[in-house]
Write a protein that binds this ligand. Sequence first.
Ligand SMILES: [Zn+2]
Length: 245
Amino acid sequence: MPTAHFRFHDTLNFFLPRASKDRLINHDYEGRVSVKDMIESLGVPHTEIEMIVINGRSVDFNTIVQHGASINVYSTLFVPQIPNPEPLRPPYPGRPKFILDQHLGRLAAYLRMMGFDTLYRNDYHDEELAQVSHDETRILLTRDIGLLKRSAVIYGYFVRETNRRKQLAEITVRYSLKDQVIPFSRCMKCNGLVEDVPRESIEDQLPEGTARYYDTFHRCTSCGQIYWKGAHHQRMQALLKEVLE
Ligand SMILES: [Zn+2]
């Protein structure tokens, strides 16, 4: 039976069973198999991979694995300098846009707070998440490994952290968001853009007393939600400061 020899680097070991982490994997296989299919059968979704090197040569996902191949698989954390690197996907164009699975509602609200275009619903089906991510060039954030193995998904990431604040810090680092933050420019509830509004025009929609203490008000152009710099705003500002530092 043909065998291929795999070495997964740094963060990719997260997806491997304990016995295979950080070591050479001798993988027996049958038939004609692409390197992408073989890597995913070992547990690592294609979205996590930045470069594949077979026998010292950078290759694309469709490369058919030959018997005896020595295969190194790299994440974005460290990519070796190889002549003629074969990109696995086009570079992500422009400012990051996201779509999140139903378990990441709080993270979605935080990303919107930082001004990133972020789609989230608690009733998206897997197929819909994959398709919208593909069609709108959105980065799919999820804690479902199977979802990231769908071929429609070009840009995606498995969120390692389970704590919501740590998740925000993790995504901020992974996608270098720090310098692209436009705080409080999007509605945390619906992702709509937020505009300044004079107090007089919304005074009747405010809870009793609030309008007396604040001067600056914002309204979501999509759902009409009103925001002001109250206690909630201060908590969010403190969170933002913590994450960005
Ligand atoms: Zn809104």
